[in-house]
Design a protein around this ligand. Structure first.
Ligand code: 4NP
Length: 148
């Protein structure tokens, strides 16, 4: 299974989703690929936001080595599932889809709910972490139970 996490900047939310899911997958001993990307190009080549690095570290996860990259159409070929954080990400990713098969790979990480952008609110990194972790656990459970 190959999973891609996508947000706007690829420095706050999707790096957390990337690190958290990678950690869960490793704990389960699964050989799954996890990656992340952004729909915006402002931070390409940069590490995650220091606030995301700090909150992940608190939970024992090191995301400091990740490197921001842009989402591209080829990602539809490379990944089985593409999880986005909010409705804008959903629209931006779907706008690059070439087929129904591409479109079917794309979902909100939290299903009905969105993961809000914490970029301008320092105090949102902790709740955002919790939301993303809960979403990742649920996704893993669903994939393993074949309910996806
Ligand atoms: P993210 O947050 O989408 O969770 O990585 C953002 C980070 C940077 C910007 C926007 C959102 N930005 O405009 O630079």
């Amino acid at each position: 299974m190959r999973l891609l996490m996508v947000c706007l900047g690829n420095i706050c939310r999707s790096p957390l989703a990337h690190g958290i899911m990678e950690n869960l997958v490793r704990e389960k001993g699964l050989d799954w690929e996890v990656d992340s990307a952004g729909t915006g190009d402002w931070h390409i080549g940069e590490p995650p936001d220091r606030r995301s690095i700090a909150i992940a570290k608190k939970y024992g996860i090191d995301i400091s080595k990740q490197c921001c990259r842009l989402f591209s159409q080829e990602d539809f070929d490379r990944f089985d599932r593409i999880f986005v954080m909010d409705k804008m990400n959903l629209r931006d990713v779907l706008s690059k889809a070439r087929s129904e098969s591409d479109r079917k790979k794309v979902r909100l990480l939290l299903n009905e709910e969105v993961v809000p952008d914490p970029y301008y609110q320092d105090d949102q990194f902790a709740p955002v972490y919790e939301m993303i972790e809960a979403g990742c656990r649920k996704i893993l459970e669903q994939e393993l139970n074949g309910q996806s």
